[in-house]
Design a protein. Sequence first.
Length: 114
Amino acid sequence: QVQLVESGGGLVQPGGSLRLSCAASGSIFGISVGWYRQAPGKQRELVAAISSGGTTNSADSVKGRFTISRDNGKNTVDLQMNSLKPEDTAVYYCNAKDVHWSSWGQGTQVTVSS
């Protein structure tokens, strides 16, 4: 099992961009990783995920705006967020899992506001 630390959150104006990074304490080779978010009063939802083989999927609400990528050499998974909207405001969490375990980071706040 790995420990995860998210970074890159902050305050951005509508239409702006942010890049979130999820750093793992160990190898993420062979492990699926996803970015989730939770807005106040709402359930946590999947934003985007990337499999061990590099296959990606994302929520309809972020398609064409968010891109997930991974660097197995650096043990990181990034989420590039463009054309941000106020409704993207949430705490963003990184999750890594395999057959035997699932690990969550502590989250990073993203606020989209003018």
